[in-house]
Design a protein around this ligand. Structure first.
Ligand code: S3P
Length: 185
């Protein structure tokens, strides 16, 4: 126990998916602090491994090269010995292989956001090479919604909610389905 904080263990990897601006990384960080579980952001992991920002990878090598790195990282982390809470990039569902991993190798939670709210939440759009204007973001989201829904075990509506409220909802949903359990020490 850390103070009087209850600590939890993950019984299986948890993948947070959803469009850019859904709050995947912030919610993963918040839940990790609240429950004492290990979390990792897939984009940050790729950036550390490559020694470059995601925007530089897109600019220098193109989207296909980024997608290959993304699949490699997901494959590797999904098999990690200790299950992790992994926040994924918004385009993770585009690849059929990634969708298979998300369906078969853990619990996948879809954080639902609409394009307008996503645009308001993303302060630095230069870090998102695929978030251009609102119209194209809406179209991209519409294409992806069926893919997010296809792989999701659970979904959480995030509109109008703050990071803490979403993280609490996620905690309840993971506890309810036995994906996180109180740690017995
Ligand atoms: C992408 C989303 C980004 C990042 C990359 C591509 C996408 O992650 O992986 O820019 O295709 O939607 P976030 O969803 O964390 O912004």
């Amino acid at each position: 126990m850390m103070g009087d904080q209850a600590l939890y263990d993950l019984t299986t990897p948890v993948f947070l998916i959803g469009f850019m601006g859904a709050g995947k990384s912030s919610v993963a960080r918040k839940l990790a602090r609240m429950c004492g579980v290990a979390s990792l952001d897939l984009d940050a992991y790729i950036e550390r491994r490559e020694g470059r920002k995601i925007s530089a990878i897109f600019k220098e090598d193109g989207e296909a090269a980024f997608r290959a790195l993304e699949t490699e990282a997901l494959r590797e982390l999904a098999q990690d010995h200790d299950p992790l809470l992994i926040s994924c990039g918004g385009g993770i569902v585009v690849s059929p292989e990634n969708r298979r991993i998300l369906k078969d190798q853990g619990c996948t939670v879809y954080l639902v956001v609409d394009a307008d709210e996503a645009a308001e939440r993303i302060s630095d759009k230069s870090s998102r090479p695929l978030f251009n204007d609102l119209a194209s973001a809406r179209a991209r989201l519409q294409e992806r919604v069926p893919l997010y829904e296809e792989v999701a075990d659970q979904s959480i509506q995030t509109s109008g909610k703050g990071v803490y409220a979403i993280a609490r909802e996620l905690q309840r949903c993971l506890e309810g389905s036995g994906v996180i359990c109180l740690r017995h020490e």
